[in-house]
Design a protein around this ligand. Sequence first.
Ligand SMILES: Cc1ncc(COP(=O)(O)O)c(C=O)c1O
Length: 388
Amino acid sequence: MKRIYLDHAATTPTYPEVVEAMLPYFTDAFGNPSSPYSLGQEAKAAAEEARDKIAHLIGAQSEEIIFTSGGTEADNFAIKGIAYANEHKGNHIITTSIEHNAVLEPCKFLKSQGFKVTYLPVDKSGLVDPQEIKKAITHKTILVSVMHANNEVGTIEPIVEIAEIAKEKEICFHTDAVQTVGHIPLNVDELEVDLLSMSAHKLYGPKGIGALYIRKGTRITPFMHGGGQERGRRASTENVPAIVGFGTAAEIAQREIDREVKGLVSLRDKLIQGLFERIVQIHLNGHPWQRLPNNVNVSIEFIEGESILISLDLEGIVASTGSACSSNALEPSHVLLALGLTGELTRGSVRFSLGRETTEEEVDRVLEVLPRIVTRLRSISPLLKSRT
Ligand SMILES: Cc1ncc(COP(=O)(O)O)c(C=O)c1O
């Protein structure tokens, strides 16, 4: 049975071209980029070329890109780094209730250290109201952090409007763009952000490598102290093969992005429409059109998302119930709860996240298989029985 992988928001397959580009940096060109001899300088040149490609993808300057171990570290670096660098100005951070744990947890940590955090609500489509941000700002606010697009429901936030408010008040603005970099065209100057987090494994690059964009002139406390790599902001010998892979993935994304967006929007809409035609009592989670081109998140009444996933898996279809990092927790998704869904609807949610290699035949197969699964699960559903 050929597997149909529809969980690209959790991770993407590493592109063969990416793996190929990485390989020499494990073997022949294994030098330490800090070494002055040619073997080291060869590795350094490759890492710098990758930095250029990533900067180009987001419209930044190369020296504004700092490599990290992934999206989680980029978020932690941004939030703690800005908080500690601006402690003398204030101790208030504004974020939202639908952020990834990579943002929520550092905020929680900072709260335990005496910082104050405001978590803004979202509307039922997952949108943050920029006016709410304006109202929440105090003279002690030092950071606003709002994700570019939500990883579970795909809603794309009004980042430009929020950034303008933050800029007017001279407050640093960070966005977690882990789900958007390489997926929708994005430019840090147009978005007017000061900091932006990315992760290579979400854009067909390797796991364990990410980056934080830090606008020139932004004061930030270094994340790791040591040998002074990454302009003294993140010490440790650079993971050159992974950096090269990230750069190659960024280069491919830049080349493919327009075609990819167009293709994915059409497949996404076909899947949504097909599910609504074939399944009754189904709800689309997230914004109807201001959403990621690859995200379909639905709640299906009277059944558990977990049961749907297991049944889909038996048919060779891979999907998800929420974010991969928390979907083991069996707790209702904090994102769906923030959108105002009932406990039952949060438990009945399934997320399909399509990818570059997703085909129309694969979407057709989901449309053939899922209604059958729903009918069977509903026929044995205690949730449905208790209603009748
Ligand atoms: C929105 C968002 N932020 C941060 C992360 C964490 O990224 P990483 O897995 O590279 O640490 C993820 C991963 O799921 C994500 O979706």
